[in-house]
Every structure is written in structure tokens, then in C-alpha cells.
Write a new protein. Structure first.
Length: 262
């Protein structure tokens, strides 16, 4: 591992959680800049911003970042650290390995839906959050040595990807990280689909309807082929193969659910 590893990314991306796991695996110390902010000011970022405003908060944040930029270990930053040009310059000029933990905006909204700690979040509309996510995303990308996709991944998986990159510096790793995230999103959707299948089975039981509905399955295949006819990545054969797997699994689950109802 590098002497200094800096984790950057939007609020809710899991920087502190991943940093903790990464520190445990690599036996390195972890410095959370929010914790350091509290230690020095005796106020949380939320409390400080409410009392002194964002400008003074950013000035204090910069001072703390500057004093810790060469920390021998892992630094977990606040999501807004890139808002300051001074902070961005400090990160650019450092010898640290900078890791961008990237997550989807939908994932951010889900994680932060009940958040009462982050002061900026409380003032933002969804549109404001989208604009902030877009703006900061550009800065994260420009400052980082590598982007690690975090959506639907557990912290240990993310930490292992960071270690692999630092050890191998393989240019394929960021792309593989993105594929791994997409794979998990796909299977998460498949799981949600089967949740609905169980509900369908209960309704069919009440209506005494057949589990296997060939006409409906043929209609679904035809609609998908039409909807994706202009997509060169999705062939009719791929649609047939994927839907055969999904339909077969759904029929099996519906039959199992109906037996349970009995």
C-alpha cells in the first residue's frame, strides 16, 4: 500500500466504512477528517456550520487537510472537500494515492434518506443534490488515480479492489470494478423480480389461474425484442436465453409458493 491513501467521494459513498475495513486488512491507521475536525474544533461539522457558516467551515477544513495531507495511512475525507480549490490543490500536490469511491445518485438518495447529520444535505432539494453530485463528480474524477465503483458492493469487496489496484496498477481494474458493480445491480433486480413473482403466485392461487401462461411469456419476449431492436448489445438470441432462465425460475418459484399456500 502507498504511504498515504486518500479516499474521496460523495456523501454516502461509504468512505469511512471502506476506510475502516481497508485499515484493518492492511494494518494501517485510519484518519477520518470529520473526526479530526471534531477533535480540533470541539464541534461536529453540522454544529460548526450552523454557528459559523460554510465559508469558515471550508477554511477550517482546509487547515486540517493541510496539516494531515502526509498522514502515514488512510485518510477518509468529507464529501465536500473538493469544493475548495485550495483543497483540490493540496490533494493534487500530495504524493498520496487518491481513490474515488463512486456510487450512483440513486444509491446516495437511498442511503441518505433518513440522514440528519450532514448539514448541507438538509438544505438541498433533489435537483440541488443532482447538481452537486454532478459538479463534485467532475472534481473527484480529475483528482483520483483510480475510480472504484461501490454500488451494491460490500465494504470488504471494495477494500480488496483498492488493494489490488495499488499492488498491480492494472488499467483493467477500474473497468472490472464497474462490471462487478453492474453485475450486482443486475442480480439485485433479479431478486426484486422474484419478490414480485411470489406475490403473483398468491394472486394466481386465489384466482385458480394456471402458473404457466405461454401466451403471456411469448408477448413479453416479443415486446423485449421490439424495445431493444436498435440496441446492438442486446440480440434476440440473448433475450431468448435470458428470458428462458427467468421464466423457468419464476415457474419453479410460483409452484413452490402455491404449495406453501396450500
Amino acid at each position: 500500500m502507498s504511504k498515504t491513501t486518500i479516499l474521496i467521494g460523495f456523501m454516502g459513498a461509504g468512505k469511512t466504512t471502506v476506510g475502516t475495513v481497508l485499515a484493518n486488512i492492511t494494518n494501517q491507521p485510519l484518519l477520518d477528517l470529520d473526526d479530526e475536525f471534531i477533535r480540533e474544533t470541539k464541534l461536529s461539522p453540522k454544529e460548526f456550520m450552523e454557528q459559523f457558516g460554510e465559508e469558515k467551515f471550508r477554511t477550517t477544513e482546509t487547515r486540517i487537510l493541510k496539516s494531515q495531507i502526509d498522514f502515514d495511512g488512510i485518510i477518509s475525507t468529507g464529501g465536500g472537500v473538493v469544493e475548495s480549490e485550495l483543497n483540490r490543490q493540496l490533494i493534487r500536490d500530495s504524493s498520496a494515492q487518491v481513490i474515488y469511491l463512486k456510487t450512483s445518485l440513486a444509491n446516495v438518495l437511498e442511503r441518505l434518506s433518513h440522514d440528519n447529520v450532514r448539514p448541507m444535505l438538509r438544505k438541498m432539494s433533489v435537483i440541488d443534490l443532482q447538481n452537486c453530485w454532478n459538479r463534485r463528480g467532475i472534481f473527484y474524477q480529475l483528482l483520483s488515480n483510480v475510480t472504484i465503483e461501490t454500488t451494491n458492493k460490500n465494504p470488504t469487496k471494495i477494500a480488496r479492489e483498492i488493494i489490488d489496484f495499488e499492488q498491480q496498477h492494472d488499467e483493467l481494474l477500474p473497468l472490472r470494478s464497474q462490471i462487478d458493480s453492474l453485475d450486482r445491480q443486475i442480480f439485485n433486480l433479479v431478486s426484486q423480480r422474484f419478490d414480485v413473482v411470489r406475490e403473483v403466485a398468491s394472486v394466481k392461487k386465489q384466482l385458480h389461474a394456471s402458473v404457466v401462461q405461454t401466451e403471456r411469456m411469448d408477448e413479453v419476449r416479443a415486446e423485449l425484442k421490439n424495445d431493444f431492436s436498435d440496441n446492438s448489445n442486446i440480440s434476440e438470441q440473448l433475450i431468448e436465453e435470458m428470458m428462458n432462465v427467468l421464466f423457468s425460475s419464476s415457474i419453479q418459484r410460483e409452484n413452490e409458493q402455491i404449495k406453501k399456500v396450500d
